[in-house]
Design a protein around this ligand. Structure first.
Ligand code: DC
Length: 223
């Protein structure tokens, strides 16, 4: 069974590429950021102080995270049985997800959920530690990057299209803060695997990024 790992910072186009690849190759697409977002949503709803590691860890006993795929391949995440897709993309949840994801116990809590899916078939998974921790044995590892301005603009447009009241400046500020939290943390820092291929898509359209990725992938596995 094949595993394609796609890591990189926020707004680098990971989920767009992963979705396009899964459609093209018929692999299951897994967005692991959604799992951390779901844990974060629970903490926010329960009024847990997320800077207090012990409180977050205690709450994990009351959290069940699962996901399913629609017929079109899109992923839905569930928090204690409730489909929470509509609630996990806000700036508040993004920052909280980055904070809880630095906690060792939170990462351990989500480990099996991520690994189990690879037993069911071919997967393309995006996140921050897929090539380094979740699937160090992935046949293909891509590390997607793009310039700060491009990434901030993409995030800004995505949030604005969802009707959220954000400014480009606030989106860029939050994004850079999250980047430094995610790459500077002790547990599973968001860094490229040694054997990852770098793909900078600042200047590329999604179809061009897909084409480049397919070139790399076809050199590694039989697709
Ligand atoms: O990919 P995303 O923006 O939806 O991820 C939200 C946060 O979750 C991100 O700031 C860091 C964390 N995360 C992680 O630590 N490991 C992953 N594999 C995926 C996400």
């Amino acid at each position: 069974m094949y595993k394609i790992a796609i890591d990189g910072p926020s707004g680098s186009g990971k989920s767009t590429l992963a979705k396009n690849l899964s459609k093209k190759l018929g692999f299951v697409y897994v967005d692991t950021g959604a799992l951390y977002r779901t844990v974060a949503l629970h903490m926010l709803r329960e009024g847990i102080d997320i800077s207090n590691t012990a409180s977050v860890v205690d709450q994990l006993a009351f959290v069940k995270v699962s996901f399913r795929h629609d017929a079109d391949g899109s992923q839905h995440v569930y928090l204690n049985g409730e489909d929470v897709n509509a609630f996990i993309r806000t700036p508040e949840v993004s920052m909280a997800a980055s904070a809880v994801s630095a906690i060792k116990e939170v990462r351990a809590f989500l480990l099996d959920t991520q690994r189990d899916i690879a037993n069911t078939g071919n997967v393309v998974m995006d996140g921050r530690d897929i090539g380094t921790v979740i699937f160090p044995d992935a046949q293909v590892k891509l590390f997607l990057t793009a310039g700060n301005k491009e990434r901030a603009m993409r995030r800004y447009e995505e949030l604005r299209d969802k009707g959220q009241n954000v400014t480009l400046e606030s989106v860029e500020r939050d994004m850079l803060l999250r980047d430094s939290n995610d790459s500077g943390r002790k547990e599973a820092p968001a860094i490229p695997a040694e054997d990852a291929y770098f793909l900078d898509n600042s200047e590329l359209e999604p179809e061009e990024t897909l084409a480049r990725a397919l070139e790399i992938i076809s050199g590694k596995i039989d697709i």
